[in-house]
Design a protein around this ligand. Structure first.
Ligand code: SAM
Length: 362
């Protein structure tokens, strides 16, 4: 009976020992300060062990060994576990062990080969401007959307200083250049003429193929406008071209992913968000159009807009409610969320939009 109880106890403790190892999250400065205050505990048989040595041993050792040594040290093994918990992060080598314990953890490393070669666009006639933008030497270039006065609201009031940013669907780059000006390091992502816009494939729409081709050259003009602004603003932002459903991991880890008015144009908004947010360690900003119907509902809501009777709209799929976006970003690990509302200027009219900011929690 006692033997069974011992075995049960050891089994139980082994499990909590493993669970404790698996729960490793620490702040660097705190950890270093903490190590200074506890290192005298780790003098074993006359030798002072370094933090990394203690971690390496603890992470690799079986429970019975840790228990035996902790008894010699006259401290509870749980105290050692808690020490490891607080000192582990600043020290190299842990990430690998954490991966072994927790399974593969995505780590996205930047690969310069993924970036587009900057284009030199000298002729403004080759450009399509989606955003109104002020350019040195050219003054105000008018586009469809004028976000100049409302950009702070458009981006949910987030502070981008010192952040690595992924601007998904950059168009001619208003968000990219604005966040760069705030002190962000930006990678702009968009379609190029080699990728297709998700047009709604109404079978009654005879010009579908033609419209797809037209979009390719339209996107080329939009890309031209981006590079025109990039040069004029002396920007250091980088560009990756591709499809939003397959944002390349070679971009590496970013702090914040921004999805400005793109989800409504995509066949699969969830996949699009999943694709970019997997690179974002800190937060996501999603802005989209607010329609009266959805605003009243106050619940997660995604309405399919294409109407087979009229074959309209052609390049817009969804009416998304802010609560729907909140729900999606929570599923993707950004559970601390906020919603704000604002108006922006589209071809002289005021349009209501919403912005969801999600902060990563898991
Ligand atoms: C309506 S504009 C929004 C521009 C800007 N983000 C903003 O908030 O003002 C949509 C942008 O998303 C891009 N886009 C549309 N479909 C895409 C796709 N499947 N993959 C990548 N980008 C896409 C378009 O080329 C365009 O630049």
């Amino acid at each position: 009976m006692m033997k069974d109880l011992d075995a049960f106890q050891i089994d139980h403790e082994t499990k909590s020992f493993e669970a404790l190892k698996a729960d490793l999250r620490y702040e660097r400065d705190q950890a270093l300060r903490y190590w200074k205050s506890i290192k005298k505990r780790y003098v074993y048989r006359g030798r002072q062990y370094r933090a990394q040595e203690v971690i390496d041993w603890f992470m690799a050792a079986p429970y019975m060994e840790v228990k035996a040594i902790s008894e010699e040290l006259r401290i509870d093994w749980k105290t050692i576990g808690n020490d490891i918990r607080r000192i582990a992060d600043p020290l190299s080598g842990l990430e690998e062990k954490r991966t072994i314990l927790l399974g593969p953890k995505a780590s996205f490393v930047e690969d310069a080969g993924v970036y587009a070669t900057p284009r030199i666009v000298k002729d403004i006639e080759q450009c399509y401007f989606y955003h109104t933008i002020d350019l040195p030497g050219y003054g105000t270039i008018h586009g469809d959307w004028d976000l100049r006065d409302g950009i702070k609201d458009y981006l949910g009031g987030v502070n981008f200083r010192g952040k690595r940013i992924l601007d998904v669907g950059t168009a001619n780059g208003m968000i990219c250049f604005n966040t760069e000006k705030q002190g962000g390091k930006v990678t702009a992502f968009d379609l190029s003429k080699d990728y297709s816009w998700n047009l709604v494939p109404y079978t009654k729409w005879k010009e579908y193929e033609y419209a797809t081709d037209w979009h390719h050259s339209h996107i080329d003009s939009l890309n031209n406008a981006y590079w025109f602004c990039h040069r004029s603003l002396n920007s250091n932002a980088k560009v990756v071209y591709g499809d939003v459903y397959n944002i390349p991991e070679q971009i590496g880890q970013v702090d914040i992913a921004i999805y400005g008015s793109i989800l409504l144009h995509l066949r699969d908004p969830f996949l699009a968000l999943q694709s970019g947010t997997r690179l974002a360690r800190e937060g996501v900003v999603v802005t989209d159009v607010l329609r009266d119907e959805t605003h009243k509902l106050k619940e997660p809501y995604l309405r399919f807009l294409p109407d087979p009777e009229t074959s309209e709209p052609k390049d817009t799929w969804w009416d998304l409610s802010p609560e729907f976006v909140v729900r999606v970003v929570k599923v993707l690990g950004f559970e601390n969320t906020s919603i704000t509302y604002h108006s922006q200027t589209f071809k002289g009219d005021k349009i209501r939009l919403f912005t969801v900011v999600g902060r990563r929690t898991s």
